[in-house]
Design a protein around this ligand. Structure first.
Ligand code: PEP
Ligand code: MG
Length: 322
């Protein structure tokens, strides 16, 4: 099966009715570049930079980060590379001493909240990112935004880092796109607040499902209740795709749903045009969309989204997939 899929490596990814779809890779560092090449992905949709910080006692400095980011940007030769600022906290704790004990880590100081509470660490990362921007098409992505003030503070820090670097005579790309991850229900329900602030949105469905259903994705005792097809989850995903697209932002999904062939047609029918996934899933998802017809799927998916009985809805999604 794998070898048949390999034949699709250089086939342009578009639906039967000619709708172009971007298939991007989720990576954890420069070591994943070989997987991106094997799949011929259209770029990187999620670079989880916190892996640079984990499993060590010290923090990576500006130069070390710069090297890691630059390596990926250069290897992608002009294709978009979406680098997420560090998403530490909750299930991705740093192994540094003196970490604060949190009563409820998933609802505590994680992702952009952590970054804004540790401005020196954040500034170092932003400087490394902007320096690397000279070597390819960098997009900076901010995780777990719930309030626009968080985004505004991050944008201000990015502008400051840029001014500093230019004054130090560093080379920086003229244009670096900034985007927000939509992984908190509050953000998904208020997409309008992102307009004019960012140019792209990326749905982190792993966390969006966890926060919508109030199910800790790391707790075995409740994990059976974790359900991508809960009607509320599907409403948030399709609402984000529609509102974001209408407001002129590009929208992608970078959670596990994007790499699961059971959901490819559902997401296509919702209007999604950018999927980001583990690079080893790219060709299987491409195979799915090569056989899908968007104009036929869109009205079917609209009907599915109106279904109120979860069992019927699930059955309809499964029929869609086969
Ligand atoms: C997500 O939440 O869907 C996501 C892509 O981010 P992570 O899994 O790294 O939290
Ligand atoms: Mg997440």
């Amino acid at each position: 099966k794998r070898s048949r899929l390999k034949l699709l490596r250089d086939t342009p990814s578009s639906t039967l009715d000619g709708r172009a779809i971007a298939l991007l890779a989720n990576i954890e560092g420069p070591g994943d570049v070989t997987h991106i090449r094997a799949a011929n992905a259209d770029g990187v949709g999620l670079y989880r930079t916190e892996f640079l910080f984990m499993g060590r006692e010290d923090l990576p400095g500006e130069d070390e980060q710069f090297e890691a980011y630059r390596t990926v940007l250069k290897a992608l030769a002009g294709r978009p590379v979406t680098i997420r600022t560090f998403d530490v906290g909750a299930d991705k704790m740093l192994s540094m001493p003196n970490q604060r004990e949190e009563p409820n880590p998933a609802l505590g100081l994680r992702a952009i909240r952590f970054s804004l509470a540790e401005p020196q660490m954040f500034r170092t990362q932003l400087r490394a990112l902007l320096r690397a921007s000279a070597y390819g098409q960098l997009r900076i992505m901010i995780p777990m935004v719930s309030h626009v003030q968080e985004l505004d503070q991050a944008l201000t820090m990015i502008a400051l880092a840029r001014d500093e670097l230019l004054a130090e005579r560093h080379r920086i790309a003229d244009r670096v796109e900034i985007g927000a991850m939509i992984e908190v229900p509050a953000a998904a329900l208020a997409i309008g607040m992102f307009k004019k602030r960012v140019s792209f949105l990326s749905l982190g469905t792993n966390d969006l499902i966890q926060y919508t259903l109030a199910i800790d994705r790391t707790d075995d005792a409740v994990v059976h209740l974790y359900d991508p097809l809960h009607p509320a989850v599907l409403k948030l995903i399709s609402g984000t795709i529609q509102a974001g697209t209408r407001l002129g932002m590009s929208v992608s999904v970078c959670g596990e749903m994007a790499g699961d062939p059971n959901y490819t047609r559902l997401l296509l029918g919702m209007g999604l045009r950018e999927f980001s996934m583990h690079p080893t899933n790219v060709l299987e998802i491409k195979q799915q969309l090569l056989h899908a017809d968007y104009s036929e799927l869109a009205p079917r998916v609209q009907r599915i989204l109106r279904m109120e009985e979860p069992a019927r809805l699930r059955e309809a999604v499964m029929r869609l997939a086969n």
